[in-house]
Design a protein around this ligand. Structure first.
Ligand code: HEM
Length: 493
């Protein structure tokens, strides 16, 4: 009996010594909640997980803090100063994404969002240049966005001012913008393959913030063989990849080398141009993953921002009215307008910025990984640490905003009502890995928003005072499901 008691005592002592040694070896790391064996410090996050948990932790531990997810070190940079110091001034240390088992399974380190090193550099550069070629000007993608915005308005008009659920029509429109960009054509909303594509994208994005994701990353060797929601996600990824591959094959058969029209055309041309380059990463596997990335990164984000826009307009009729007045005064009844017009609409522009600030749609963005030991603001960030720049904390930091907790377009206007560009406005991220689709997203938000507000006044359904502004906690944060009345402005007295 006493042998067993001695063994247990020795084991406990060894565990304590190991724990203390670990604490000592981490003494130069940023502070954070106490770390326990196996669970790390997630005990501090999980019980009251919400969108502002990271801001609360920063209040307790400072602007750079650590969270241990099991044995995995996660460093969070909170507030503008820490985010700029790390992501912009020391950008070269934080340009990689972690290759977790789940990310590896869905992207195989290809494409843009989850690749690293030479592959990422080539794909990203190509992506940026090609989006610029496709995006700008009346003939390019801007024209397609305008077409989608008109179709969306037609769908809203069919409800004749009665309550409607806008989520499906908005997600369809935004998904079709990415279809036009990558494939060169849109899909009919009844097309079964299109519906499957849209649903597959939602499945993947929703899975990212679930317990099963955590479980998969912790026990990949086991989870690979077990049934569960991760299997559905892998099937959704396979569906999107085969969708992309079918489109690539069609383009190979009919493409125009002289006048490339869409992302696939440009990419196939690039494969041909770099055939003799042994270091080229331009190939069909990377192309297929780039297409996947454009859909995954560019649909839920933009669609949910637009949905929040409608909620906020219905809940703030005074602000909605001011936007409509500015649009009427500046654009008049001219049918067509372009993104260039956004300079003439400072109030509308401030409102769109404020929507993106006040209803920031990412829970914690896309993680990065530290590539070398580096000292940031007095703390050691070790090589291999997973890093989260908390952009949401910047968008709510009291010292940068007139009323951080209130929806207030004045956050982007000076006393004369002129639009003010703010360095702290970082919904698209910062540094070398910031959003590739920022310009496209801005064009989409402006054209959809301006078109909708020009045509309709948005109101909560009769008997509802305000549409709920409570978020649903997901990777891309939607509003609660809601109905809204899009009242045609021609009906207004
Ligand atoms: C309102 C809309 C959008 C928001 C708020 C948004 C936000 C973001 C954020 C925060 C990141 C991570 C940046 C970082 O790690 O610092 C990101 C990455 C990315 N976004 Fe967006 N995004 C939007 C729309 C789009 C669109 C329309 C596209 C393209 C079609 C796009 C493509 C990408 C890509 C490819 C990346 C990965 C970049 C890389 O790893 O190099 N995004 N986005």
């Amino acid at each position: 009996m006493w042998i067993l008691a001695t063994l247990i005592a020795v084991l406990v002592c060894l565990l304590i010594v190991r724990f203390l040694k670990q604490l000592w070896s981490h003494k130069n790391y940023p502070p954070g909640p106490l770390q326990f064996p196996l669970i790390g410090s997630i005990w501090r996050i999980l019980p009251n997980f919400s969108q502002d948990i990271f801001i609360k932790l920063a209040k307790e531990y400072g602007n750079i803090y650590t969270i241990w997810v099991g044995p995995l070190l996660v460093v969070v940079f909170s507030g503008f100063e820490a985010v700029k110091e790390s992501m912009v001034k020391h950008s070269e240390y934080f340009e990689e994404r972690p290759v977790t088992p789940f990310f590896e399974a869905i992207a195989k380190e290809k494409g843009i969002v989850l690749s690293n090193g030479h592959t990422w550099k080539q794909q990203r550069k190509f992506g940026l240049v090609t989006l610029r070629k496709l995006g700008l000007g009346k003939k390019g993608i801007e024209h397609k966005i305008e077409e989608e915005a008109h179709q969306l308005a037609e769908i809203f008009a069919r409800a004749k001012g009665q309550p409607l659920d806008p989520s499906s029509p908005i997600i369809n429109s935004v998904t079709n913008v990415i279809c036009s960009l990558t494939f060169g054509h849109r899909f009919s909303l009844e097309d079964e393959e299109f519906i499957k594509l849209r649903d597959a994208l939602q499945d993947i994005v929703q899975f990212t913030v679930t317990f099963f994701h955590f479980l998969y990353d912790t026990l990949p060797w086991l989870m690979k063989h077990l049934p569960g929601p991760h299997k559905k996600v892998f099937a959704s990824c396979d569906f999107i990849s085969s969708f992309a591959r079918k489109e690539i094959e069609k383009h190979k058969a009919h493409r125009s080398l002289v006048e490339p029209q869409d992302f696939i055309d440009y990419y196939l041309l690039q494969i041909e141009k770099s055939k003799k380059d042994p270091n080229s990463t331009y190939n069909e596997e990377n192309l297929s993953q780039c297409i996947f990335d454009l859909f995954a990164a560019g649909t839920e984000t933009t669609a949910n921002t637009l949905l929040w826009a409608l909620v906020l307009m219905a809940n703030h009729p005074d602000i909605q009215e001011k936007v409509q007045k500015e649009i009427d005064d500046v654009l008049g009844s001219s049918q067509s307008f372009s993104f260039q017009d956004w300079k003439k609409l400072p109030y509308t522009r401030a409102v769109i910025h404020e929507i993106q600030r006040f209803k920031y749609i990412l829970l914690f963005g896309v993680p990065r990984q530290c590539t070398k030991d580096v000292n940031i603001m007095g703390f050691l960030i070790p090589k291999g640490a997973i890093v989260f720049p908390d952009f949401c904390s910047v968008l709510f930091e009291p010292k940068h905003w007139e009323t951080p907790q209130e929806f207030n377009p004045n956050n982007f206007l000076d006393k004369e009502g002129k639009f003010v560009e703010k360095e702290e406005f970082l919904p698209f991220g910062a540094g070398g890995r910031a959003c590739l689709g920022e310009q496209l997203a801005k064009i989409e938000l402006f054209i959809f928003f301006t078109n909708l507000l020009r045509t309709f006044t948005f109101q909560p359904p009769e008997g509802v005072k305000k549409i709920s502004e409570d978020p649903v906690v997901r990777l891309v944060i939607p509003s609660q499901p809601f109905k809204i009345c899009a009242v045609p402005r021609s009906n207004e007295s």
